[in-house]
Design a protein around this ligand. Structure first.
Ligand code: NDP
Length: 475
């Protein structure tokens, strides 16, 4: 018995997480279902730290000090349940199973209860940053029993990314809270990427610019408010020359986006909560539309549209401002969703802390998150980030440009679902009185669903099909 912690699942994420932990001087046991992978791991990295390689689950469990701390980093879904079932009979009361994969939060809630029934403590932790993050410092979003977190806090904070001396790891909340926050993180990543793609599309088809020229623009943007990992790598991807053709690589990449499902989870959950989440949801739909490549090819030859022409003066800077304003909206929506989920699940999420742990290690890391952290520090109970003075002003300053971009794109036939829906959300949110009065009138007409009045208490129904008189329906 010599290892403080164990990792089972030595594919790219588990292997890099294990190496990260070992490099901090923590004795660690490693295990993988296919034992050849464990051997390969030891041959390649065994000298990096104090590893105990286990061929069987029994050996793995026996190598761990108590309470046992086991990080499971296997394929999300059924494999996680399979590993938990295999571990459970070998563990003792109070041992801790930590699922660090991309599990769906309802599964994490269920597994927390199942493990508790067997006397085990379960944690679901979100880990972001891809393989490089896992090795060098990811953003970590741990959910689960606080007593279990206390047992692993030192290791997790030591391997996490650090920004301004603060580790990007904080206990998020109980049961599924960590995986929930990771899910929204991924959803926001979808929105950020979609906004970048729309900016690229406009710069190409309205701006008439080629990929290397657009790469320079993104490089420039990365020195201002938009500074972030995704803007930085956009410049790199656009600037890459293809080895085969000698032209931009991006020009020969098929325009069909894949997805693993976390964006869909985020959108579906928002629908369930009744939270308007247009930015992320449109980003998921846009990937779906991109995947209809054969249909799009047929439609391109059939469906009419304007021929994109020259853009107005100042187009490039207008697009930068539209991107920033739309990004503010996407984050405002994502944080509003986390707030609603926190209330619905009793998680008591500290939203400012979520912004803080996303500042480093993860895919959406950005300067911008400092603004969100500051916003919640000053206004912890704010309903919507758009109402915080910094963001109110930022969007007010950008809105003329944002509207020009949406008009130009619409006139020239360039699809901008995320830019346009974010603007519509903004315009809908800032309306004191919208058109839902008519919706309620229609619902009352066809379904007797009743309506409230602006000038009287109570619920009312009009006898539309009868004498047209109004009755109060709530007594
Ligand atoms: P994969 O998702 O490709 O999973 C492969 C690992 O799962 C292997 O170790 C495999 O073992 C194991 N496995 C699969 N089925 C079972 C089973 N029934 N029983 C036991 N073990 C099983 O690995 P990744 O490293 O890419 O990802 C791990 C987790 O991290 C996933 O949840 C993923 O979504 C998440 N994640 C991944 C990121 C990335 O950039 N790749 C970023 C952030 C999170 P074997 O070798 O025996 O097949």
């Amino acid at each position: 018995v010599s290892s403080r912690i164990g990792v089972t699942g030595l594919a790219v994420m588990g292997a890099n997480l294990a190496r990260n932990i070992a490099r901090r001087g923590v004795p660690i046991a490693v295990h993988n279902r296919t034992t050849a992978k464990t051997r390969e791991f030891m041959e390649a990295y065994g000298s990096e730290g104090e590893f105990t390689a286990a061929e069987t689950t029994e050996e793995f469990v026996a190598a761990l000090e108590k309470p046992r701390r086991i990080i499971v980093m296997v394929k999300a879904g059924k494999p996680v349940d399979a590993v938990i079932s295999e571990l459970t009979p070998l563990l003792d009361e109070g041992d801790i199973i930590i699922d660090a994969g991309n599990s769906h939060f309802p599964d994490t809630k269920r597994r927390t209860e199942e493990c508790a029934a067997n006397g085990l403590r379960f944690m679901g932790i979100g880990v972001s940053g891809g393989e490089e993050g896992a090795l060098l410092g990811p953003s970590i979003m741990p959910g689960g029993d606080p007593s279990a977190y206390a047992e692993v806090e030192e290791v997790l904070t030591s391997i996490a990314a650090v920004v301004d001396g603060t580790p990007c790891c904080v206990h998020v909340g109980p049961d599924g809270a960590g995986h929930y926050v990771k899910m929204v993180h991924n959803g926001i990543e979808y929105a950020d990427i979609q906004l970048i793609a729309e900016a690229y599309d406009l710069l190409t088809h309205v701006g008439g610019l080629d990929a290397p020229a657009i790469a320079k623009i993104f490089e420039e943007w990365n020195t201002g408010d938009l500074e972030s990992f995704l803007i930085e790598i956009t410049a790199k991807v656009l600037g890459k020359t293809d080895e085969r053709t000698g032209g931009p690589l991006v020009d020969v990449i098929v325009d069909q986006a894949e997805q693993k499902g976390t964006g869909t989870w985020t959108a579906v959950d928002a629908l369930g909560l009744g939270v308007p989440l247009t930015g992320i949801t449109e980003a998921v739909f846009a990937r779906g539309l991109s995947a209809l490549r054969d249909e799009r090819r047929a439609a391109a030859a059939t469906l009419a549209g304007p021929v994109p022409g020259e853009g107005p003066d100042g187009l490039v800077d207008d697009i930068r401002q539209a991107l920033y304003a739309s990004k503010v909206v996407a984050y405002a929506q994502g944080f509003a969703q986390m707030r609603a989920a926190s209330l619905a699940n009793g998680w008591d999420l500290d939203l400012g802390a979520m912004a803080t742990i996303w500042r480093g290690g993860c895919i959406i890391r950005a300067q911008f998150l400092n603004r969100i952290r500051d916003a919640y520090a000053e206004h912890p109970d704010i309903d919507n980030l758009l109402m915080v003075p910094y963001f109110t002003e930022a969007v007010a300053n950008a809105q003329d440009a944002w509207r020009r971009v949406v008009v130009t794109a619409t006139q020239q036939g360039v699809a901008i679902p995320a830019f346009a829906s974010s603007l519509s959300y903004y315009d809908g949110y800032r309306r004191e009185r919208g058109p839902a009065n008519l919706i309620q009138g229609l619902r009352d007409y066809f379904g007797a669903h009743t309506y409230l009045r602006t000038d009287a208490e109570g619920k009312f129904h009009t006898r539309w099909g009868q004498d047209g008189s109004e009755v109060r329906t709530d007594g």
